[in-house]
Design a protein around this ligand. Structure first.
Ligand code: CAA
Length: 380
């Protein structure tokens, strides 16, 4: 067993680290305060190949593996989790979903522009009454021969206002339950498609979260992804990979909070010495480091499973569950290590603490991950 990263992995990790320091760090506090979408930074991430990391070069992507993606997600998330969720949704949910299940025409039409960051995508599953209970879709896509007539509302959609391409999950045959659900590609500007107001959020405030309204939107039949009725499985399979991205985001938030705490503890003095020399602080750092390493192993294992053709439903759920708990715990402890300074924006850890919370909620709450894990381990 080899725990060492390859030269290629180390290079991509360094590229993401440099980008986060030079392009994300300046302005991250202001973007958080103003809820400002990092449009310029997204463009640059597209140029670096971060927006379509696992898309094959044939469709304009970087053709990298999931381990590389996890490394990039961690580095970006140490500094700016708002930017990293944009990357995560575009890569794992939109590009991967389209490349894996889309038709050749759909791939040619959307992937090169999504992978280059020219346009971005959104994944639209959640509804006012279908968050965790994703089979209870109320949005309908009625079959009208050459098109579907789409009606309904989607909630809490990441990239909701800024995307150009939306993968929308909707019910076509209510009597068939989850087997009657379809996934459709909807483009911004289609008649009857409206974007609701931006959500005012606790964290990841630079990312753009909206509700979406569809009123008699005519979606051409060729925009359906996969076979008729494949939409729910499409969503579940895509989310399994998405959870690796969010687990890596959580890992990055935890690592960022830890690194800042370690640095601060060597600079800040109390009772006549640097605070890391007090066991109360040293033990906190020891706990943080140990849990982050454990989370990293779970996240890397899930990425490895995906890269090696294994089933990663279980490993991605475990990685997301544990890494998001570690992100929350570590960020709270980081604020404590920073004392009064931890409570003010300038020191960044209060933002990481607010950002950490969402990793326990989106792409399936911690409770959903436990459902996936327990079903998987108890099915035999
Ligand atoms: N791969 C393939 N098929 C799967 C699957 C997977 N990973 N998981 C479930 N399925 C299939 C099942 O096999 C079953 O099919 P059959 O009847 O043919 O056997 C079907 O899907 C229904 O599965 P369940 O009976 O398990 O469905 P359930 O109602 O019990 O729900 C659940 C399962 C895991 C709770 C699911 O509803 C779920 O994951 N909910 C959470 C949804 C979620 O993550 N939402 C996040 C929104 S997206 C987001 O946050 C993006 C963003 O903007 C950042």
């Amino acid at each position: 067993m080899d725990f060492k990263l390859s030269e290629e992995h180390l290079m991509i990790q360094q590229a993401a680290r440099d980008f986060a320091q030079t392009e994300l760090l300046p302005g991250v506090i202001e973007r958080d305060e103003k809820q400002e979408f990092p449009a310029e930074q997204v463009k640059k991430m597209g140029e670096l190949g971060f927006m379509g990391m696992m898309v094959s070069p044939e469709y304009g992507g970087s053709g990298m593996d999931t381990v590389s993606y996890v490394l990039v997600m961690e580095e970006l998330s140490k500094i700016d989790a708002s930017a990293s969720v944009i990357v995560s949704v575009n890569n794992s949910l939109v590009c991967w979903g389209l490349e894996t299940f889309g038709t050749e025409e759909q791939k040619q039409k959307y992937l090169p522009r999504l992978a280059s960051g020219e346009i971005i995508g959104a994944f639209c599953l959640s509804e006012p009454e279908a968050g965790s209970d994703a089979t209870s879709q109320k949005t309908t896509a009625i079959d009208k021969g050459d098109h579907y007539l789409l009606n309904g509302t989607k909630n809490w959609i990441t990239n909701g206002g800024s995307a150009d391409v939306y993968l929308v999950i909707a019910q076509t045959y209510p009597e068939k339950g989850h087997k009657g659900i379809n996934a459709l590609i909807v483009e911004k500007g289609m008649d009857g498609f409206e974007i609701g107001p931006k959500e005012q959020k606790m964290g990841i405030r630079g990312s753009d979260t909206h509700s979406l309204m569809f009123t008699d939107v005519k979606v051409p039949k060729e925009n359906r992804i996969g076979e008729d009725g494949f939409g729910f499985k499409f969503a579940m399979k895509t989310l399994s990979g998405g959870r690796i991205g969010i687990a890596a985001q959580a890992l990055g938030i935890a690592s960022g909070a830890y690194e800042m705490s370690k640095k601060y503890s060597k600079e800040r003095k109390a009772f006549g010495k640097e605070i890391y020399k007090h066991q109360a602080i040293a033990f906190k750092l020891a706990d943080m480091h140990t849990k982050i390493e454990a989370a990293r192993h779970l996240v890397m294992k899930a990425a490895w499973d995906k890269d090696n053709g294994g089933n990663y439903d279980l490993s991605s759920a475990m990685a997301k569950l544990y890494a998001s708990e570690v992100a929350m715990e570590t960020a709270v402890e980081a604020v404590q290590v920073h004392g009064g300074n931890g409570y003010v924006k300038e020191y960044h850890v209060e933002r990481l603490m607010r950002d950490a919370k969402i990793t326990q909620i989106y792409e399936g709450t911690s409770e959903i991950q436990k459902i996936v894990i327990s079903r998987s381990i108890l099915q035999d």
